[in-house]
Design a protein around this ligand. Structure first.
Ligand code: ZN
Length: 202
């Protein structure tokens, strides 16, 4: 047992200017968290308030500083992750109710952002209470939207060349000159050998 008397106590004037916020989650956030947990228990881990910067990276970051600034210091309200790998599966964002057929600019940006990365985003109108049935419907809609976008993208040839998964630069078609994949084609980073990014084909 450590001796209590030896624990240093900082004088009050040396205390740093940080204090604990009264609530970590707002009332609508807490209510949604509980409903989500009941719904996805065992299938997903529900992470509250995840920084967008921790979920997404920016391709060609030097050209796209503007897009970095757009997600910097922003978060998604909930991120549902695979319980084993913590691979993100679905984002859930509370939105202020708006008139029908109207979308706030920030909500639209979030939607475009998630769609671009192929991650479903569910917009849930903020409330004190949520019905599981309504949420399931919103989830299905969001997942369908991503699938439609992905299949559209797959038919566009320009998108068939991947971007480097390491640095985000363009990739070029190369052929393995040695090793077990000799003669097989693959995509290598245009910045090779400085960057080791590789995407195998097939
Ligand atoms: Zn690279």
């Amino acid at each position: 047992m450590p001796d209590r008397k030896t624990l240093p106590v900082k004088p009050l004037d040396q205390r740093l200017p940080y204090r604990l916020r009264e609530n970590f989650l707002s009332t609508p956030e807490l209510a949604l968290f509980r409903t989500l947990q009941g719904m996805v228990r065992q299938h997903y881990v529900v992470c509250p308030k995840v920084a967008l910067n921790d979920i997404f990276y920016i391709v060609r970051p030097n050209e796209n500083v503007h897009y970095f600034n757009k997600i910097f210091r922003k978060h998604v309200d909930f991120l549902l992750c695979d319980p084993d790998t913590f691979k993100p599966a679905i984002g859930v964002e509370l939105v202020k109710p708006v008139a029908k057929n109207e979308t706030r600019e920030t909500d639209q940006f979030m939607e475009d952002l998630f769609l671009s990365a192929g991650l479903p985003l569910v917009h849930v109108p903020s409330s004190e209470r949520y019905s599981e049935n309504d949420l399931v419907e919103l989830f299905q809609l969001a997942i369908m939207k991503v699938k439609e976008t992905e299949s559209l993208r797959a038919t566009e040839k320009s998108d068939s060349v991947p971007m480097c998964p390491v640095c985000g630069k363009m990739m070029v078609l190369r052929i393995h000159r040695n090793g077990p994949n000799l003669g097989k084609k693959y995509y290598g980073c245009m910045d090779s050998p400085r960057c080791s990014g590789v995407v195998e084909i097939g």
